[in-house]
Design a protein around this ligand. Structure first.
Ligand code: ADP
Ligand code: GLC
Length: 528
C-alpha cells in the first residue's frame, strides 16, 4: 500500500478557467486557489479534455505509466499526467482519448443532451483518480463533486479499503507542518459536495457490471436507487461528510419539493450533522471590474468600499460598457419619451427549466412595449433556446440573444454593461452569476430560493438596510413582471438616490472565498 501525503484532492468534471460548463467549473478553480492561499496542499483531478483545454492555460509536467480498468470484458487503458493550471494550481489529468477527447464536457447544448456513455466516462475519472493515488501518494482527503464525481468514493474504498485515515498531530494539511504526518489507516477521508441535486447521473442497472465496480456497491446502501444506478446517491452514501453550496439549499434539499427523490437520505444526514451548507464564493481577482481585461472600460475607483459619491464613476462605467457592447452587437440605445435610456437587463445562464428563463421570456412576450433592453447569453434546452431566439427576432431593437454558445468574453461584457441582472430560478443551490453581477454593480431580480435567498438583500423587506435587488416568491410570468416593474420604478424615480444606493450596495457585497475556505478547512480537520 502507498504512503499518505498531506494533500487534499479535488475531483470533478470541470475546472475554470481550463474547462467550464457552469458554476461547478468556477468553484473547482477558485476554492482550491483559496485553500492553497491559506497554506493547504491541494491538487485538482480532472479529465484531460485535449480538445477543450486551451494549451496556454495549463502546463503539463510529467506523464506516468498507463493504468488499465476492465469495463465488463473490455480493458481500457488510461494515462496519468501532472502539471499546473494557470495561477499555479497543481493538477492531475486523467487521459483517455476515447472518453475525454470530445467537443463538450457533458454533451451538446451545455450538457442538455448528455453523451450516451457518460456513465463510463465518469467511472473512468474515478478509476483514474484511485490509480493516480497509488503513483503519487495517498492524499489525506479526497473531495469529490457532483454526480460526475459520484463514483470516486466507491473506487477509493474498493482500491484502498474502508478503514479511514487517522492522523496524529495538528496542522497536517498545511505546507509548513507536512513533516509531522503520522497517518494510520488505509483510505483518505471522503468529502462530497452536491452542487445541484437535480442532476444525479441515473443509468440502467444492467450497466452496473460494466463500470469496474464490485457487486457489493449495487445496493441501496450505495448506488442502487429504485432499480437504477444513481451515481450521485452512491457519492452521498459512501462519503464521510456531505456539503452543499449554501445554507438555505442545505435545508431545502431535505424536503420533498426540492429533494428530487433523495430528501429522505439527506434529511437523515442533516439530522446526524453530516450535511453542511457552505456558501460558495467567487474569485475576486478574476471577477474584478477594475482590472477585467475582457471588458471595454474598467472601473476607475481606488477604494474598495463605495458610497454615494462613487456613483458618478459607476454610472460612467455602466454607460461606457453599455455603448461598447451595443456597438459590438449592433443594437441601438433606446430611450423613453424623456430621453432616459431604457435600463439594460442582462441574462447569462444555462437555459435549463429550473432557471426560470422560459417564464422571463413569457413575461416579456406578454408585456405591451416593455421599457427595457435585454441581452441574453445562454445555452440549454431546445424550447428555451428557440423562444429566446424568437423574442430577439420580434423585438430586434430591444432584445439581443446569443444562444447555444458558451462565450466567456461576452459574459464579462454583459455583467459590466447591465443595469439589472435577472436570475428567476425556481431552485438555485447557490448561484454565482448574481454574485458576479453584484460585483459589477448590477441590481438583481432573483427567485427567492437557495443561495439567491442567502445573497440577495430584498428591497421589499423593511428590515433590510442595504438592499441589492428584489426576491421573487412566485416565479411565473406575473411574478417576474411584478419584480421588473418595481425595479423600473426605482430606476426612473425622481429620487435619484434610490437607484444609486442599490448599485452601491450591490457593488459593496464582496462574496469572496476567505470565510467559506476556513469552514472547509474545519470540515477536513474534523475528519482526521
Ligand atoms: P449554474 O452553475 O447552475 O449554471 P451559476 O450561477 O452557479 O449557475 O454559475 C454559472 C456560471 O457560468 C457563471 O460563471 C456564468 O457567468 C457562466 N455562464 C453560464 N452560461 C454561460 C455562457 N453561455 N457563456 C459564458 N458563461 C456562462
Ligand atoms: C451548480 C448550481 C449553482 C451553483 C454551482 C456551483 O451548477 O446550479 O447554483 O452555484 O453549481 O456550486
Amino acid at each position: 500500500m502507498g504512503q499518505f501525503n498531506n494533500e487534499i484532492w479535488f475531483v470533478g468534471a470541470e475546472m475554470a478557467p481550463l474547462v467550464k460548463a457552469g458554476g461547478l467549473g468556477d468553484v473547482m478553480g477558485s476554492l482550491p486557489k483559496a485553500l492553497l492561499k491559506a497554506g493547504m496542499n491541494v491538487r485538482v483531478v480532472i479529465p484531460y479534455y485535449k480538445n477543450i483545454i486551451p494549451k496556454d492555460l495549463m502546463e503539463v509536467e510529467k506523464s506516468y505509466p498507463a493504468g488499465t480498468v476492465n469495463f465488463g470484458e473490455i480493458p481500457f487503458e488510461f494515462g496519468v499526467k501532472t502539471g499546473f493550471a494557470s495561477g499555479g494550481i497543481p493538477l492531475v489529468l486523467i487521459e483517455q482519448g476515447h472518453f475525454f477527447n470530445r467537443e463538450e464536457v457533458y454533451g451538446a447544448h451545455g450538457g442538455a443532451e448528455g453523451y450516451k456513455d457518460n456513465l463510463w466516462r465518469f467511472a473512468m475519472l474515478a478509476h483514474g483518480t484511485a490509480y493516480a493515488m497509488k503513483i503519487l501518494g495517498i492524499p489525506l482527503v479526497v473531495h469529490a463533486h457532483d454526480w460526475s464525481g459520484g463514483f470516486v468514493p466507491a473506487v477509493v474504498r474498493q482500491t484502498l479499503g474502508d478503514k479511514r485515515v487517522h492522523v496524529e498531530g495538528a496542522g497536517v494539511l498545511s505546507t509548513k507542518l507536512s513533516k509531522h504526518i503520522n497517518a494510520k489507516g488505509l483510505r483518505p477521508a471522503l468529502v462530497f459536495t452536491i452542487h445541484n441535486l437535480r442532476y444525479q447521473g441515473v443509468y440502467g442497472i444492467d450497466d452496473f457490471y460494466d463500470i469496474g465496480l464490485d457487486f457489493k456497491y449495487n445496493s441501496s446502501f450505495a448506488y442502487e436507487h429504485f432499480g437504477t444506478i444513481n451515481s450521485l446517491k452512491g457519492g452521498i452514501k459512501l462519503s464521510d461528510v456531505l456539503t452543499t453550496v449554501s445554507p438555505t439549499y442545505a435545508s431545502e434539499i431535505t424536503t420533498h419539493s426540492f429533494g428530487f427523490g433523495l430528501d429522505g437520505e439527506l434529511k437523515n444526514l442533516k439530522d446526524e450533522g453530516r450535511l453542511k451548507g457552505i456558501l460558495n464564493g467567487i474569485d475576486l481577482d478574476y471577477w474584478n471590474p477594475k482590472t477585467d481585461n475582457f471588458i471595454y472600460y474598467n472601473l476607475n475607483l481606488k477604494k474598495n468600499r463605495y458610497n454615494l459619491e462613487s456613483y458618478k464613476e459607476w454610472k460612467n462605467f455602466k454607460l461606457k460598457n453599455k455603448r461598447a457592447l451595443f456597438s459590438e452587437i449592433s443594437m441601438p440605445v433606446k430611450t423613453d419619451k424623456n430621453g432616459v435610456p431604457f435600463p439594460l437587463i442582462g441574462i447569462v445562464s444555462r437555459l435549463a427549466e429550473e432557471k426560470g428563463i422560459n417564464e422571463l421570456l413569457d413575461a416579456l412576450f406578454n408585456w405591451n412595449d416593455f421599457p427595457f433592453q435585454v441581452v441574453i447569453l445562454g445555452s440549454g434546452e431546445d424550447y428555451i433556446e428557440r423562444k429566446a431566439g424568437r423574442l430577439s427576432e420580434v423585438c430586434k431593437d430591444k432584445v439581443y440573444a446569443r444562444i447555444g454558445k458558451y462565450d466567456e468574453a461576452l459574459s464579462h461584457k454583459i455583467y459590466a454593461a447591465s443595469d439589472i441582472f435577472v436570475m428567476p430560478s425556481k431552485f438555485e443551490p447557490c448561484g454565482l452569476s448574481q454574485m458576479i453581477a453584484m460585483r459589477y454593480g448590477c441590481v438583481i431580480a432573483a427567485g427567492d430560493t437557495g443561495g439567491l435567498h442567502d445573497t440577495v438583500s430584498d428591497i421589499s423587506d423593511d428590515n433590510i438596510e442595504e438592499p441589492t435587488g428584489i426576491l421573487i416568491k412566485y416565479v411565473d410570468a406575473a411574478g417576474i413582471s411584478w419584480a421588473l416593474d418595481k425595479l423600473y420604478g426605482f430606476y426612473i424615480s425622481d429620487d435619484i438616490g434610490k437607484w444609486c444606493s442599490l448599485i452601491v450596495n450591490s457593488a459593496n457585497r464582496c462574496f469572496g472565498w476567505d470565510d467559506s475556505a476556513k469552514v472547509y478547512e474545519d470540515v477536513y480537520y474534523s475528519l482526521l
